[in-house]
Design a protein around this ligand. Structure first.
Ligand SMILES: [Fe+2]
Ligand SMILES: [Fe+2]
Length: 289
């Protein structure tokens, strides 16, 4: 069993205070439905001539639906984190760890609540909160033994892969995107920086006990999880395109999947995570959409 250092956990809990409820902090009345929710570089079709030919209103609507698909997947994943963090309490953990886990549960619940509030305020909904979840990653996320290396690998990449997109939206969105969305992404990445520091700390602790053979054996599973997380968060499903007015959705999704600019964007976002894993001895592949 591996845990992050107590001093790290204590520091992160201190940094979690004071807690700011994102529902109360964001000015929901300022949401402007005429503004994009993603900077152009983060839209899945950017770079394709077919995208440049779309009317501006369709491009804005697509950015809003793609962002909604992204946070829908966030609700799925944060649900797994909350479930696992709550189950951690059954193990014999220190009160410092328990404190940290409760902070993280509160923060993830706050994120999912702000996602739901955005859907309610904007009226943009996608069917089914548990839609299109990747089956194997979902299973591994829920059932991998607590505190194993595989567990901390899954947590680390699950936190980092969506966070990279939030960071891009925040740093490249500026005044070009809606201010509420920009602030949402800012609040989210501030909390995620602590979650990622914790996950990386626990992962490093767990790696002290495992050698190169086990790392090699875990790599195919890691590749699979990276691919599934990447598709879930970076490749919108067909109905996202259809609801934005682009039919048939399957065709547009395939265009995004084979879009060289999208593939390059994904790799640029994921490289820090992939490189960190490679430095730890996991020879992971670049994921394809
Ligand atoms: Fe979150
Ligand atoms: Fe998180």
């Amino acid at each position: 069993m591996s845990h992050a250092d107590t001093s790290l956990v204590e520091q992160l809990s201190t940094n979690s205070l004071p807690y700011a409820d994102p529902l109360a902090k964001l000015d929901w009345s300022a949401l402007d439905m005429n503004k994009p929710w993603l900077p152009e570089g983060a839209i899945s079709l950017t770079g394709l001539p077919e995208f440049n030919n779309l009317p501006e209103a369709v491009r804005i609507r697509l950015s809003q639906f793609e962002f909604t698909g992204f946070i829908h997947a966030g609700i799925w994943l944060e649900g797994i984190f909350i479930e696992r963090l709550a189950r951690n309490q059954r193990n014999t953990i220190s009160s410092q760890e328990l404190t940290y886990y409760l902070h993280e549960i509160r923060e993830e619940a706050g994120h999912s609540l702000m996602f739901l509030k955005l859907m309610e305020t904007s009226g943009i909904h996608l069917p089914g909160a548990w839609r299109n979840r990747p089956v194997i990653t979902d299973f591994l996320g829920r059932h991998t033994p607590l505190h194993s290396t595989l567990f901390w690998l899954a947590v680390t990449i699950g936190e980092e892969i969506p966070d990279r997109l939030n960071r891009f939206i925040r740093s490249h969105g500026g005044s070009a995107i809606d201010g509420v969305i920009h602030q949402m992404c800012t609040l989210h990445i501030i909390d995620e920086a602590r979650h990622i520091a914790h996950a990386r700390g626990a992962l490093e602790a767990s790696l002290r006990d495992i050698g190169t053979t086990k790392r090699r054996l875990l790599t195919p599973l890691l590749d699979l999880m990276i691919r599934q997380f990447t598709r879930t968060f970076y490749l919108p499903s067909g109905d996202v395109y259809e609801m934005a007015g682009l039919a048939p959705g399957k065709k547009w999704r395939e265009m995004a999947r084979h879009n060289p600019a999208r593939q390059a964007f994904v790799l640029k976002c994921l490289n820090p995570t992939l490189n960190m894993l490679r430095e730890h001895g996991f020879a992971v592949a670049d994921p394809t959409l």
